[in-house]
Design a protein around this ligand. Structure first.
Ligand SMILES: NC(=O)c1ccc[n+]([C@@H]2O[C@H](COP(=O)([O-])OP(=O)(O)OC[C@H]3O[C@@H](n4cnc5c(N)ncnc54)[C@H](O)[C@@H]3O)[C@@H](O)[C@H]2O)c1
Length: 477
C-alpha cells in the first residue's frame, strides 16, 4: 500500500490524453476541491465544461482551463454531453439537486462522481438506488475521508490485527463553534427541510468511516441530540436580527459575524468569503453582512438542525461505536479512539497524528505503513509498546494533502484513475459502499426523533430498497 503516493496523484499514464471532465456546480466543491485538482494535474484531467448559474463562479474555472464550455444550468450541460465529448462528470450541486442530476448523467451513460450526500432524504435515496440499479450506473460518492492517508493508515492498522479484535470505536466530529454557525445556523445546511439532517449533512463521512473500519453494517443504532443553543430564547438581551444593526453584545458574542468574515478572514478572498458574494473587499463584505444570511444573529435564524448529537451503534460481533458531533468545540477537526483486545489507538485528523499502544512487549505496527514520523518506546511497568506516528508531514508542508486532509485530492486521483481503468462503480468507488453510511444516518435520525433504538437490518429490510449489486459494501481496502 502506497499511502502517501496514492493520496494526491494519478498513476503514470501521462502519455495518454487527460480525462475530459464536465463539472456541474462551480461552488466550493466543484470549483475549488475537484476543479482545482484537475487544473493542478493537467496530464491526468482536463475540464471541458462547467455549469453554474453564477457566471463569476464559472469564470474562475473557465479562466484557468482553455476551451471550457459554460452553461448556466446543469440540465443544459447534460443535454449537450455528446457535443462536449466529456469522459466523466462531477456533480457538485446543492444537495437538493443531486438525485435528478445523477439520474440524468446515469442515463447519459457516463461515469460520475456525485458529492455526498447522495440524496438529502430517504425517499430520494431510494429513487436514486433504484435508478442506479436499473441502468447499471457507474458512480462514486464523495466520501473523501476514506482516501486520506490518515484514515487509510487507521484502516490498515485495524485490519492488520495489530490492536487485536476491535472492541470500541469512538469518533468525535468537533465541528468548531465558528464553522457550525457558518454552515449550520446561517448557511446552506441550517434547515433540514431545505437540506438534510445534520447527522447526514455533517457526519455521513464519520458513519462511513465507522462502517468501513467495523467491516459490516451495524445491528442496532440509537441516537440522541437536539438544537439546544441556537434558539431565540438564548439571544443576548436587545440583540437585533443582524449583527450589524447595533448589537449590544457585539464585543463579547462568539458569533459576531464581522469578527469572523471581516477580521479573522481578512486575507481570504476565496471560500468561505465568496459565499457572502463576489465582492470580497471589506466594504463588500460589510454590505453583504448587513442584510444577508451570513450576517444574521445566530439566535434568530431559521435554523432547525441539531447543534449536538450522539449516536451509538452495536455491530454483530459485539463491537460498539459512538459518534459525537458537537458545535461547541474550539477546533474544527475529527478525533478518535479505537480499542481492541491487543491495543488502543487514538488520533487527531488535522494534525495527522496517531498514538498506538500495543499491549504485548515488542509488538510492532504493520511494516507497510508509509509514515512521516514514527517513534517507539517500551513503557514501564509492563513493557507495552507505544508507537507515536505522524501520517502526513506537518501542516506547513501539506501540499496536495490540503483539502480534507488529502481526501479531496485522493478521491479525485482515484476517480480519474478509475475512469481510465473503467472501474468506477466498483470497490471503494461503488455506490453500495456509500449507501450503508447514508442509511445509517437516516436510521440515526429516525432514532433521535422517535427516541427508540433502531434494529438496522430489520429497518433496512422494511424499506424494500432496490439496492444495486455492484460489489460488496465492505469493498476492498
Ligand atoms: N465531500 C465533502 O466533504 C463535502 C464538503 C462540503 C460540501 N459537500 C457537498 O458538495 C455539494 C456542493 O457544496 P458546495 O460547498 O460546493 O456548495 P456551493 O453552494 O458552494 O456550490 C454549489 C454550486 O451549485 C450551483 N448551482 C445551483 N443550482 C445550479 C443549477 N441548476 N445548475 C448548475 N449549478 C447550480 C450554485 O450556484 C453553486 O455555485 C453539496 O451537496 C454539499 O453537501 C461535500
Amino acid at each position: 500500500m502506497t499511502m502517501m503516493a496514492d493520496a494526491g496523484h494519478a498513476p503514470a499514464g501521462a502519455a495518454r490524453p487527460p480525462i475530459r471532465i464536465a463539472i456541474l456546480g462551480a461552488g466550493g466543491r466543484g470549483r475549488d476541491a475537484y476543479g482545482g485538482w484537475a487544473i493542478a494535474h493537467p496530464d491526468d484531467a482536463r475540464i471541458v465544461a462547467v455549469a453554474d448559474p453564477d457566471a463569476a463562479r464559472r469564470a474562475v474555472l473557465a479562466a484557468r482551463a482553455a476551451g471550457v464550455r459554460e452553461y448556466d444550468d446543469w440540465r443544459a450541460l447534460v443535454a449537450d454531453l455528446r457535443v462536449i465529448g466529456a469522459d466523466a462528470v462531477v456533480i457538485a450541486l446543492p444537495d437538493a439537486l443531486h438525485v435528478d442530476a445523477a439520474i440524468a448523467v446515469a442515463d447519459a451513460g457516463l461515469p460520475f462522481l456525485l458529492e455526498k450526500p447522495a440524496a438529502p432524504a430517504l425517499a430520494e435515496l431510494a429513487r436514486l438506488a433504484a435508478h442506479v440499479g436499473s441502468v447499471s450506473a457507474r458512480l462514486a460518492i464523495g466520501h473523501v475521508l476514506r482516501f486520506t492517508p490518515f484514515w487509510r493508515a487507521i484502516k490498515r492498522i485495524c485490519e492488520s490485527g495489530a490492536i487485536g479484535r476491535l472492541m470500541t470505536i469512538e469518533v468525535r466530529e468537533n465541528i468548531g463553534f465558528w464553522h457550525f454557525a457558518h454552515s449550520y445556523v446561517r448557511g446552506n445546511w441550517r434547515n433540514s427541510a431545505e437540506s438534510s439532517p445534520m447527522v447526514l449533512a455533517k457526519t455521513s463521512h464519520d458513519l462511513d468511516l465507522i462502517r468501513w473500519i467495523a467491516g459490516s453494517a451495524p445491528a442496532t443504532i440509537y441516537s440522541i441530540g437536539s438544537l439546544s443553543w441556537f434558539r431565540e430564547e438564548n439571544a443576548p438581551a436587545g440583540a437585533p436580527a443582524f449583527c450589524l444593526d447595533g448589537c449590544p453584545a457585539a464585543a463579547t458574542c462568539p458569533f459576531y459575524a464581522p469578527r469572523y468574515y471581516v477580521e479573522a478572514l481578512a486575507e481570504t478572498h476565496g471560500h468561505p468569503v465568496t459565499l457572502l458574494g463576489a465582492d470580497t473587499s471589506i466594504e463588500g463584505r460589510l454590505r453583504a453582512l448587513a442584510t444577508g444570511d451570513y450576517g444574521r444573529c445566530v439566535y434568530r435564524s431559521d435554523n432547525d438542525v441539531v447543534d449536538h448529537q450522539q449516536t451509538t451503534m452495536e455491530f454483530p460481533d459485539g463491537l460498539t461505536a459512538t459518534l459525537t458531533a458537537s458545535a461547541f468545540t474550539a477546533e474544527n477537526t475529527r478525533t478518535l479512539g479505537i480499542t481492541g483486545s491487543a491495543g488502543q489507538l487514538t488520533g487527531h485528523m488535522e494534525r495527522g497524528t496517531l498514538t498506538v499502544d500495543l499491549f504485548s512487549p515488542g509488538a510492532t505496527l504493520p511494516p507497510d505503513l508509509e509514515l512521516a514520523e514514527h517513534d517507539t518506546a517500551a513503557l514501564p511497568p509492563l513493557g507495552h509498546m507505544r508507537h507515536r506516528v505522524r501520517v502526513v508531514p506537518p501542516a506547513t508542508d501539506l501540499g496536495d494533502h490540503a483539502g480534507h486532509a488529502g481526501g479531496d485530492a485522493g478521491l479525485m486521483a482515484a476517480f480519474v484513475r478509475a475512469v481510465r481503468e473503467e472501474t468506477v462503480g466498483r470497490g471503494q468507488l461503488s455506490f453500495s459502499t456509500a449507501l450503508d453510511a447514508h442509511l445509517m444516518a437516516f436510521a440515526a435520525e429516525q432514532s433521535r426523533v422517535s427516541g427508540a433504538r433502531v434494529d438496522f437490518g430489520e429497518w433496512v429490510a422494511g424499506l424494500d430498497l432496490d439496492v444495486p449489486d455492484e460489489g460488496a459494501a465492505a469493498g476492498p481496502a
